[in-house]
Design a protein around this ligand. Structure first.
Ligand code: PEP
Ligand code: MG
Length: 571
């Protein structure tokens, strides 16, 4: 009999295969007493070292195969295992006579229970991360092998309650055609990795795990978030066709590989990549790019436990600049603070970190650290078409301050005989309401603008971009955001400087007519969005885009704008 289980579509596509139920082994059975405290402490520390090394190794493998931003998830797990506060709490318990397993379990359980009870999804997801960490460490302490799902049979539909990061990162997409999890959410780390591996996935599907015994034929529709079982042969043939259509659509994008990006009537656009590492550039280059519109340098700072030296930074920037062979490399200076804390930097406790010392503010506070980055960027500019871009600018003063620092660093380098490029365009990200209001004045002094629609939406709408409670307010379709984007583009035009968009809106096909009509000719998107964006641009003429945008600007509510753009969507 046909049955459908509904959950959340977490990774698009259709997978048809045989169910394999995966259960994590029971992690229990440790002794309740210890004989030697010192030995027990060392046993725990050795397990942490091993866990962190394994996570780093997995991250490296994943970075090569998939990309830096996803690998960062695995690295953050390694960083969490080394957290000094957690270590201190666990070690205290061991000193009081608990075995390492029990101390670890007790401490993690406290975090898991309090995070899991939270009304905020972000915190609930943290519970899964801590559970993952605890289970990984317990496995090592109990001498159990690491989870390895790399050799599952072909056409496997993997069903589990939840999967650890170690388990997902070990999957071979050649064998696993679908993933179904009873727990987990759309923005869970597991879902992000499944998307990166292009394995269709449905999560948050209660009951499915208990209802199956394995071996059944299942269809996973990761686009709609459905799992179909007990299908007749006819229906299965239909699903096979749907799967083909999806693949065709994916394949149809392949015709845009390496092509120029232009509108229907041939107006060229500069399509660039948002990257987090050197490997991202390699992936992006496979699709063809006109440059890098945003290098989020903070990934490099977050993945170390010390501040990267000038030489280390220089070498990375130089290699990417050279790889781009004269195409622009837009280096965003360190955008840390807020929720991106650096383990080796003292970040004061802040009540509202997103409104606190982040982005350019942190760099101007930590001037020595900032100068190191400026020097590295200036040196790299001798090897390619390097541009520098400042995050979270709110005033002309900040821009002037940075210009003065750049000039000083340039002089220093000249005295030291280290070459710099003659020209280093200095641009600002427009992502705060202050920058929108000041855009005309900023355009007189900046060499270019890049609109960070992610933060712009957050700050214009006063809605934390990670807080699901206010997700309804966080929308770049809101007329307040649309008008802000239009004003920024106009200020850039009047000031005679280029304006790019590097936030998520750049990759939103619904938003495209607005950006084209406002005069944006430079889009920077994640590598996975390059081909869909190139295809979407080819569907619009400027005249058609102007007509859609003119009407959108007259609309008064978010709903109306979204509906109007939906109505005119071209995929
Ligand atoms: C943005 O805010 O739109 C942006 C591109 O930067 P990030 O997402 O890194 O804050
Ligand atoms: Mg931003």
């Amino acid at each position: 009999m046909e049955r459908v289980y509904r959950g959340i579509g977490a990774s698009p596509g259709i997978g048809i295969g045989r169910v394999l139920i995966y259960r994590e082994p029971e992690l229990a059975g440790w002794s309740e007493t210890i004989e030697d405290t010192e030995r027990e402490l060392e046993r725990y520390r050795a397990a942490v070292r091993e866990f962190s090394a394994r996570a780093e190794e997995r991250a490296e493998g994943f970075e090569l195969a998939v990309g830096a931003q996803q690998a960062e998830i695995l690295r953050s797990q390694a960083a969490m295992s080394l957290d000094p506060v957690l270590a201190e709490r666990i070690e205290k318990k061991i000193i009081l006579g608990k075995p390492a397993e029990a101390a670890l379990d007790d401490e993690c359980r406290r975090f898991i229970e309090s995070f899991a009870a939270s009304s905020e999804e972000v915190l609930r997801l943290r519970a899964a991360d801590v559970r993952d960490l605890r289970d990984g460490l317990l496995r090592i302490l109990l001498g159990l092998p690491e989870t390895d799902l790399s050799h599952l049979p072909p056409s496997t539909v993997l069903i589990a309650d939840d999967l650890s990061l170690a388990a997902v990162s070990s999957l071979d997409p050649a064998n696993v055609v679908g993933i179904v999890l009873s727990h987990s959410g759309q923005v869970s780390h597991c879902a992000i990795l499944a998307r990166a591996l292009e394995i269709p996935a449905v999560v948050g599907t209660p009951g499915v795990f208990e209802a199956l015994s394995g071996g059944e034929v299942a269809v996973v529709d990761g686009t709609k978030g459905e799992v179909h079982l007990g299908l007749s042969p006819n229906k299965l043939v239909g699903w096979g066709r749907n799967r083909e259509q999806f693949r065709l659509l994916r394949d149809s994008l392949r015709e845009f590989i390496g092509k120029e990006t232009h509108t229907a009537e041939g107006v060229p656009l500069c399509l660039e990549a948002n990257i987090g590492s050197e490997n991202d550039v390699l992936r992006a280059q496979e699709y063809g790019i006109d440059g890098v519109g945003l290098f989020r340098t903070e990934f490099m700072f977050q993945s170390r436990d010390y501040f990267p030296t000038e030489e280390e930074q220089f070498q990375v920037y130089q290699r990417i600049a050279l790889a781009l062979q004269g195409r622009p490399l837009t280096l965003r200076t360190l955008d840390a603070g807020g929720d991106k804390l650096l383990p080796y930097l003292h970040h004061p406790q802040e009540e509202n970190p997103e409104l606190g010392c982040r982005g350019i503010r942190l760099c101007l506070r930590e001037e020595r650290m900032f100068r190191t980055q400026l020097r590295a960027i200036l040196r790299a500019s001798a090897f390619g078409n390097v541009r520098m871009m400042l995050p979270l600018i709110t005033s002309v003063d900040e821009l002037r301050h940075v210009r003065a620092l750049v000039a000083q660093c340039r002089e220093e380098l000249a005295r030291e005989g280290l070459p710099c490029g003659r020209d280093l365009p200095l641009g600002v990200m427009i992502e705060t309401p202050a920058a929108v209001v000041m855009a005309r004045l900023l355009a007189r002094e900046a060499d270019f603008f890049s609109i960070g629609t992610n933060d712009l939406t957050q700050y214009v709408m006063a809605a934390d971009r990670k807080n699901t409670q206010v997700a309804g307010y966080y929308s770049h379709y809101d007329p307040a955001v649309v008008r802000s984007v239009e004003q920024i583009a106009q200020a850039a035009r009047e000031g005679g400087i280029p304006v790019a968009v590097c936030g998520e809106a750049a990759a939103d096909p619904l938003y495209l007519p607005l950006l084209l009509s406002f005069g944006v000719r430079e889009l920077s998107v994640l590598p996975a969005a390059l081909l869909p964006t190139r295809k979407a641009v080819s569907r619009w003429s400027l005249e058609e885009a102007h007509a859609v945008a003119a009407r959108a600007l007259e609309l008064e509510t978010e709903n109306q704008v979204r509906a109007w753009l939906e109505e005119n969507k071209r995929l």
